[in-house]
Structure formats: C-alpha cells, structure tokens
Design a protein around this ligand. Structure first.
Ligand SMILES: NC(=O)c1ccc[n+]([C@@H]2O[C@H](COP(=O)([O-])OP(=O)(O)OC[C@H]3O[C@@H](n4cnc5c(N)ncnc54)[C@H](OP(=O)(O)O)[C@@H]3O)[C@@H](O)[C@H]2O)c1
Length: 256
C-alpha cells in the first residue's frame, strides 16, 4: 500500500520564531509533513527558512483562503511578528473560512526587570509625546512605517535603526540611520548607546530574544525606555514556544 501523502503545513513567518519552527518541524516530522513558509517579501535579503518558501502577499483573507484550498494546506501556523496585525487577522479569517486548523505562535512579552525605567505608551503617537523632558538624543527602533509620529519632535535628535534602508526618506529633521539585523549583543548595544550619547530608548513591546539586548543595555546605563504596547494577540489557539507549537502539530498529525 502506498504511504499517505504528507500533511502540508503553512507557516506565516518573517520572524526568527518562524524560521526556528520551520527547521524544528522539518527535523521532527520528516516525511510526514511538508513545511512551507510564507514571507511578505519586505526585507531585501531575507534569511530563508528550512523547507519550501513562498514570497509575497496572498491578496487579503480571501486570497489566503484560496491558497489554503488550492495548495491543500492542512495546518496553518501564524508565526508573524506581534505588530503584524493585518496578516494575523487574515490568517484567522482564512482558517475559519476553510476549516483549516490554525495556531498563533505568540512570543512571550518582555518582562520588567529590577532597574528598568519603562514608560508605557499605547501608540507610537503617544510614545513620541512620552519622551521625557531633557532627553535630547533618542534611540528609535519602531520600524520604518512608524516613524511619522516622531516628525513633530524636531527638538530631538534620533538614532534610527532599521533592518533595511527605507524606501521613503526618513521624516525626521535631525537623525542618523543605521541598518542592522539582530540578534544584537548587550555589550554592542551598550557601546552604541554610549557612543551616540543616547538619553532615551523608544521601542515597541515586540518581545523575543533577538532584540532584547537594548533593554539590558538601557538598564545598565540607567536610561528610560518608552515602550509601545503590543496590539492584542489574534483570537483562537495559541502557543508561546516552538515546543508547544510542535506538540500542536503532532496532535493534528496523529488525528490525521
Ligand atoms: N511589523 C513588524 O514590525 C515586523 C517586524 C519584524 C518582522 N515582520 C514580518 O514582516 C512581515 C510583514 O509585516 P507587516 O507588519 O508588514 O504585516 P501586516 O501589516 O500584518 O501585513 C500586511 C500585508 O503583508 C502581507 N504579509 C504579511 N506577512 C506576510 C507573510 N508572512 N507572508 C505573506 N504575506 C504576508 C499580507 O499581504 P496580502 O494581504 O496580500 O496577503 C498582509 O496583508 C511579516 O511576515 C512579519 O512577521 C514584521
């Protein structure tokens, strides 16, 4: 008798967790599972995950639902960035429309440690207003599409860090741009903050190990961190770790 066709897993990725999950699923489930990772195609030279890779959008929730059907996807894991809210909403909707089992791999948020001086901000606009008086030099790591709210702060100088050079000019009167991709080491982050005489860090509550070193560096230097709150996680089943996501896959493969 012929072996059953492998189950097809689509991972919505673009994150270190998405890559780690693709590699672990390939290694653990071997021929039982075909792993396909989808990337939006935002970064110029993406680090490609193990398994098959698909680059580019699907065309909204309807397009993703059509892809799930046409490609025979049996399992869908949303491992996108916590601030990538549109694709996560589309994943929920497409999974519901097609009856595809769906899991969100949501990285744990960063936790406040002794010595941290975090200032909570509901939005990037609130973050721009929350930069403490007297902090003239700001390290800004909120992503290229969230810079506009800081344009009004021409009283400040910004060190802007992005993964890739931005497509549009940076809308800040006084700034320096650096392009770099994590993971970053605490020692390097401390040196960066010191060398640029940074007074305050502004970031989003992304969580994850790759970019956490700037928080430890700010703590060590006694700097305030304005932290833009995370949007709510997508509804439905969630896992907080690669191991939990693998257990979810295993349960579905056993039931298959
Ligand atoms: N937002 C961040 O700060 C951030 C940080 C690090 C990495 N990323 C990664 O970068 C990607 C884009 O993030 P975003 O904030 O621009 O997303 P978004 O605003 O939630 O999504 C915008 C559109 O991009 C397409 N898209 C997003 N993620 C995709 C994926 N993994 N595969 C295929 N298409 C995808 C979808 O297009 P269609 O409607 O045409 O399907 C989606 O409607 C995500 O994969 C995310 O994990 C984002």
């Amino acid at each position: 008798m012929a072996a059953p066709a492998p189950e097809r897993l689509l991972i919505l990725g673009g994150t270190a967790e998405g890559r780690a999950l693709a590699a672990a699923a390939e290694a653990r489930f071997g021929r039982l599972l075909t792993v396909i990772s989808a990337l939006a195609g935002r970064t110029r030279t993406p680090v490609l995950p193990a398994g098959c890779v698909r680059i580019g959008g699907f065309g909204g929730a309807a397009g993703l639902a059509a892809y799930l059907r046409e490609d025979g996807i049996g399992l869908l894991i949303d491992a996108t960035h916590p601030f990538a809210t549109r694709i996560s909403a589309h994943a929920c909707e497409a999974a519901a429309r097609t009856g595809t089992p769906h899991l969100a791999l949501v990285r744990p948020p960063w936790r406040l440690a002794p010595g941290d001086r975090w200032i909570d901000a509901a939005t990037t606009a609130d973050a721009a207003a929350a930069i403490p008086a007297g902090a003239g030099r700001v390290f800004l790591t909120v992503g290229a599409r969230a810079l506009a709210p800081f344009a009004g702060r021409d009283d400040l100088w910004f060190l802007v860090r992005l993964v890739d050079p931005p497509a549009a000019p940076i809308p800040l009167a006084r700034h320096r741009l650096i392009c770099a991709r994590g993971p970053f080491a605490e020692e390097d982050e401390r040196a960066l903050l010191r060398d640029h005489r940074i007074d305050c860090v502004v970031t989003r509550a992304s969580g994850g190990a790759a970019t956490a070193a700037k928080l430890a560096a700010a703590r060590a230097l006694g700097l305030p961190v304005v932290m833009v709150r995370r949007p709510p996680a997508p509804p439905g089943e969630r896992a907080a770790s690669i191991e939990d996501a693998l257990a979810w896959i295993e349960r579905h493969l056993e039931a298959h």
